[in-house]
Design a protein around this ligand. Structure first.
Ligand code: CO8
Length: 259
């Protein structure tokens, strides 16, 4: 891979955006590489948690402005759809995805972090949706994921002013779930990953899917879906082991990967 680096330590994978001279800006090539990586990752059954981070001074400073600067309308819609598809695929991965943010997470970079399940960020990280300053709008589903995460008030404030906020402020408004000290985003994300791995390997992806699907369903339908998912888990043997382990005062023996 040219713009991405991947290493796997047991069930935890670390994917680094590696185009530091351009603050990891998302060009068409970077998006292509990300898409093909994600297609492989989906099938990687030994991988249970994926951490996303950036090399250099940024997480990701946005979609590549040079790429977009020559667009006509057809290319613009294709680029927006491509980013939406790739980020949608990321969001739908069976693995838990954690963004470990330091430095800039702007525009498409903030949209990328929002497509992750959990956001860890350093206090000094810089989040923002500066698109309007370029005469565009967030186009990788930011106008949709941001209000779902922080409410329509903060979403309109951030998108309409293009102002940047620190990791600390992002944490206060609910855009970031876990705050890390400077230089500690990855380490803190690894701690979160280890907690995720304590959960049942069947329960975790199903719980993730339930939350994601459920928000777009009418409440009674989502509730029925939840009950069916709950019941399905009992066909896997996992709840029996989890609860037996609790009663026997020991750690559950899930699978080799989860220990
Ligand atoms: N795209 C392309 N290149 C970038 C980007 C970017 N988003 N961000 C930084 N770079 C490049 C710079 O051009 C520079 O390259 P070079 O050395 O060749 O001149 C290099 O990275 C380093 O950047 P700076 O010299 O600017 O570094 P500073 O420390 O001075 O500034 C900033 C850092 C404040 C992060 C600054 O680089 C900046 O403002 N970057 C742009 C941030 C931005 O506006 N991001 C949003 C982009 S729009 C977007 O993401 C839309 C997503 C949806 C698109 C779908 C529509 C079709």
């Amino acid at each position: 891979m040219e713009f991405l680096k991947f290493e796997q330590q047991g069930p935890i994978g670390i994917l680094s955006f590696n185009r530091p001279d351009k603050l990891n800006a998302l060009s068409l090539d970077v998006l292509d590489e990300l898409e093909s990586f994600l297609r492989d990752a989906e099938k990687n059954t030994s991988l249970r948690v994926l951490i996303l981070r950036g090399e250099g001074r940024a997480f990701v400073a946005g979609a590549d402005i040079r790429t977009m600067s020559g667009f006509q309308a057809e290319e613009a819609v294709a680029f927006a759809r491509k980013g939406q598809r790739v980020f949608g695929f990321l969001e739908e991965l069976p693995q838990v995805v954690i963004a470990a943010v330091h430095g800039y997470a702007l525009g498409g970079g903030m949209e990328l972090a929002m497509a992750c399940d959990i956001r860890v960020a350093e206090r000094t990280a810089q989040f923002g949706q500066p698109e309007v300053h370029l005469g565009i709008i967030p186009g990788f589903a930011g106008t949709q994921r941001l209000p779902r995460l922080v409410g329509t008030g903060w979403a309109r404030y951030l998108i309409l002013t293009g102002r940047r906020i620190t990791g600390e402020e992002a944490h206060r408004i609910g855009l970031v779930e876990v705050l890390a000290e400077e230089g500690k985003a990855l380490e803190t994300a690894m701690d979160v990953a280890r907690d995720v791995l304590k959960g049942g390997p069947h329960a975790i992806p199903l719980a993730k899917r339930m939350v994601l699907r459920g928000v777009d369903m009418p409440f009674p339908v989502a509730q029925a879906f939840e009950a069916e998912t709950f019941a399905y888990l009992f066909t896997t043997g996992e709840p029996q082991e989890g609860m037996r382990a609790f009663l026997e005062k020991r750690r559950p023996a899930w699978t080799e990967e989860s220990s």
